[in-house]
Design a protein around this ligand. Sequence first.
Ligand code: PLP
Length: 429
Amino acid sequence: MSKELALLGGAPAIPVAVPAYKSVGEKEADAVANVVRSGILSGFYGSPGEQFGGGPAVREFEGHWRNRFGVRNAVSVNSATSGLFAALGAIGLSPGDEVIVPPTTMSATAVAPLVYGGIPVFADIEDETFCIDPAAVEAAITPRTRAIMAVNLFGHPAQLRRLRELADRHGIFLIEDNAQGPLAEEEGRFAGTIGHIGIFSLNYHKHIHTGEGGICVTDDEDLALRLRLIRNHGENVVTSYQVEDITNLYGFNFRMTELSAAVGIEQVKRIREHVEPRRNMAEALSGVVRGIDGLKQPFVRESCKHVYYVWGMMVEKEALGIDRAMFSKALAAEGFPHSIGYVEPLYMLPIFQKRRAMGRDGFPFSLGAPDYSDGLCPVAERVHREQILMFEPCAYDTSGETVRQLTSALEKVCDNLDDLRAASRSELV
Ligand SMILES: *Cc1c(COP(=O)(O)O)cnc(C)c1O
């Protein structure tokens, strides 16, 4: 392999694009074929009875999930986005209630409260884990706060025990968006199981998937029933289920098909086999960067287990003597797949800047006076705009050969930082 950086004319470390990861195989194909042969592609009825909870595959899938994560209830849905809506509905979110959310996450987390007229209030992130900062959350709590949404971003747990204590102390709910963190742990407990409700995603890009899908977990029986009612036309069955507080129990069909559930069963049975290789790949990359001034491998808090939906390293321009754009260019030239930045802090989206969600009159923003100005969350802004560089372990093949190629490409750039600094100073590249 050429020692010279590809950016400066050498041969690239990865000449042919690394292959994609494929998590589904013959087991999933057989499971789906069996469902198709049965002719019953969905077992849900929107009326009281066993089938109110779905068909056999849906119920079996939920059973596997309960056992795997050690929770009393698992309620499958057709996406994590639906799961977030259902969770906020289940806690009785009402127009004008405030929900504290991080600005650095997939948009669905921050937008979900709007579905029930809730007002998203942004609290800044920690610059180590990129998860919501408990101190910022505490400062944002008001008498109108109804819930905190913590996202276990990139697969690292937010400070969940602290946030749960904070929520309990204020009599509000902690909802975990754990779309990116299956099998992540804090103090020996699974991420997703520490809040009042946890939501997992099963979309195609996540560690395990059913194409589209999601699942909510909770140990609270009342919340579980409310999640099931929101999932499946609750308005029709609240009388049969003798539900007294019918707040928010109407309107949606979030049901999972038997086809998706059949795939989900095979995926969750082998969840560890799908998660561990991604962790190993990410840790190999961290090993390359560790100890280099100006570069920082993903932080793992003591007593936490990171599952690396994203391997997010930080580039510190002053210490490194090269900015993120230049470092990224050198990596790209070597064929190392990555991107810079994650998402622009979500309050910069038009929905918040124009305060236009439901209807034309600014509802529900007009019920409060939320701050969505640029500069609101300085850590989130700096991390996205200047520092973070991401690799997605879930997207790529995890074979030894691929890991070797990826680490050697990263290593090559790290070994030639002086050349890159010189080139950057003389504006050669
Ligand atoms: C993927 C993702 C979602 C949405 O998941 P879907 O299943 O696609 O609806 C929500 N939150 C986070 C943090 C995600 O990464």
